[in-house]
Design a protein around this ligand. Structure first.
Ligand code: AMP
Ligand code: GLY
Length: 416
């Protein structure tokens, strides 16, 4: 098989690399991919994710067996619908099914309709109404701009004033190009992610993962796409996962069929383990980045065949490692998630037990240099979180990381 992966980040590197492991696969293309992927033999295609017609042309000419979509914006733009209309197999939800991610308001309606536990909320387009609701509820309180805002559309406000200021930015100053906010109850508890492969009414759960969304150690600083992750979350009992599957994943998968929006692809539930059990903070319609880079190395079955089977409505035989833990630390450009410089040299690729997954890199005179916020991630598997941390942080200390930074505490929450 030849397989096409859409996207260019560390997540897509992990997807493409795992697919390339399959003895059934001769070629993996990534569009647009990144220069670091080429070190692993992945072929990059100079097409951007919004060039649907050109991507379809490419897939037809190259004879790809199927296409795997990485990023949410491609799904929201209807890439799956366009490929299917051209008669091509593609793994990802339709635009209508991906609305679970691209409209938080829609996700809330689905959760309400199918009894899925989530934070209490109200949606507003009128600023005065939102402000008086916030005042009545008090802080802490969470405000979300409706729609994709690349992680910047959410404020966990410590005070009523902060909540109202952000609401004004969204509804009156139009800072996010959104006309609605969701005002949500603050949920206290540990955050974790649960991923499932979904095809219609069938779903297959992956190991749990925990992301680190803030830029700096101790969960300080601005929200980012994610600065590191580990899987599985060792201190999370299986009973919590079972409850989350029964009360969240299953009713949503079945509800989407009832809605006439049958779901194919990855369903990603961002959860908080509250005193009342796991509750949803958001759904995403795709793999997480960097969670993918710590989940997929644990897959022991043939990923390319698994996805082919899933798409063909055959029972895929997903199998996972059960021993140890896989941990990944993101190395980012100084300044990320704000402004940063590009063109900084990137350390050599690791070998052996440590995998390098590349994201914001470009090739310049035979050398990889930075050209994005999150640059690369080192991942490894060890018996314990502490041992995995030792391996990764020793490697990072030995690397030349001038102009780059990384968190020194990825996985610490698992050690307490
Ligand atoms: P989201 O974009 O919905 O994932 O929100 C970004 C981050 O804000 C999440 O990863 C959580 O850490 C936090 N967050 C979102 N909603 C809530 C909530 N209702 N209660 C507490 N924290 C939240
Ligand atoms: N790591 C969070 C995300 O992919 O949305």
């Amino acid at each position: 098989m030849k397989i096409l992966v859409i996207g260019s980040g560390g997540r897509e590197h992990a997807i493409a690399k795992k697919i390339l492991d399959s003895p059934e696969v001769t070629t993996v293309y990534a569009a647009p991919g990144n220069a670091g992927m080429r070190l692993d033999g992945i072929e990059t295609v100079a097409l951007s994710i919004d060039q649907h017609a050109d991507l379809i042309d490419f897939a037809q000419t190259a004879g790809v067996a199927y296409t795997f979509v990485g990023p949410d914006d491609a799904l929201a733009a209807g890439i799956v619908d366009d490929f299917q209309a051209a008669g091509l197999a593609i793994f990802g939800p339709s635009q209508a099914a991906a609305e679970l991610e691209w409209s938080k308001d829609f996700a809330k309606q689905i959760m309400k309709r199918y009894g899925v536990p989530t934070a209490d909320h109200q949606t507003f387009s009128d600023f005065a109404a939102a402000a008086s609701y916030i005042q009545a509820k008090g802080a802490p309180i969470v405000i979300k701009a409706d729609g994709l805002a690349l992680g910047k559309g959410v404020v966990v406000a410590e005070t009523v004033a902060e909540a109202i200021d952000f609401t004004r930015e969204v509804l009156e100053e139009n800072k996010f190009g959104k006309s609605r906010v969701i005002v949500e109850e603050f949920l206290a508890g540990e955050e974790f992610s649960l991923f499932a492969f979904v095809k219609g009414d069938k779903f297959y759960i992956m190991p749990t993962a925990q992301d680190h969304k803030r830029a700096f150690d101790g969960d300080k600083g601005p929200n980012t796409g994610g600065m590191g992750a580990y899987a599985p979350v060792p201190h999370l009992p299986q009973s919590v996962v079972d409850t989350a599957v029964a009360t969240i994943i299953k009713p949503v998968v079945e509800g989407m069929i009832t809605e006439g929006r049958s779901y194919t692809g990855i369903l990603y539930a961002g959860l908080i383990l509250t005193a009342e059990g796991p509750k949803v903070i958001e759904f995403n319609a795709r793999f997480g980045d960097p969670e993918t880079q710590v989940i997929l190395p644990r897959l022991t079955s043939d990923f390319a065949v698994n996805i082919r089977d899933l798409l063909a409505d055959q029972v895929p035989d997903f199998t996972w490692r059960h021993d140890g833990v896989t941990l990944g630390v993101v190395v980012a450009s100084d300044g990320y998630p704000g402004a940063y410089v590009k063109g900084v040299p990137v350390p050599e690729q690791t070998t052996g037990e440590i995998i390098t997954y590349y994201a914001g890199v470009a090739a310049e005179g035979g050398q990889l240099v930075t050209n994005g916020g999150r640059v690369y991630l080192l991942a490894t598997t060890a018996d314990t979180v502490a041992q995995a941390q030792d391996k990764i942080y020793q490697q990072l200390t030995a690397q030349e990381t001038t102009g780059l930074f990384y968190r020194k505490d990825i996985g610490d929450k698992a050690n307490v």
